[in-house]
Ligand binder design. Sequence first.
Ligand code: PAN
Ligand code: ZN
Length: 185
Amino acid sequence: ISITQPPQVAWASGQFTNGPLIRKSTRLQNLTHVFMDEKAWLACDPQQIVYDVEMVDSAPIAGALYTGVTHLQPGKVGDEYFMTRGHFHAQREQGEVYYGLRGSGLLLLQDEKGTARLEPVFPGSVHIIPGFTAHRLINTGNDILSALAVWPCAAGHDYAALTQGFNLRVVEEVGRVQLKEYHHD
Ligand code: PAN
Ligand code: ZN
């Protein structure tokens, strides 16, 4: 009989201890054409980290699941809040679950017809992301937004399908969170 120590996550911070872990940082320079205001994006520090993903290094064998935490920094490009790039799964039918750990923000969900909706993300929030649904985290708060995700290794990521972007954007106007319909030209 063997007892194996599993990875451990601190719920309050989303920090993992006891790997095996993989880390990836996404900086403003990696987020070309993601934010609405191109001029404002060019004026930002390209090296600034927008989000880090730390995930358990699991073997992508049939039926396996990945677990990872996204830490999304507070900030804006122009008046648009920092957000993840967002994606459909390459295997469109594959779903995912997000759990809010700290901070406050929004989960943007958009189906293949382009219909968008939002769920508030907060410590303890549970988000069932169905298949055929693109997803993106948006940090509308002043602190780091951390959320844990579990998804099938087989799902894959399709970023290219969203080159037209999401139809709904979240901006700060006169100090308040505002939603804007957005259609790329
Ligand atoms: C998450 C995301 C993570 C980063 O683990 O990959 O939040 O967002 P982008 O992948 O859109 O840059 C997930 O949804 N995995 O499927
Ligand atoms: Zn996903």
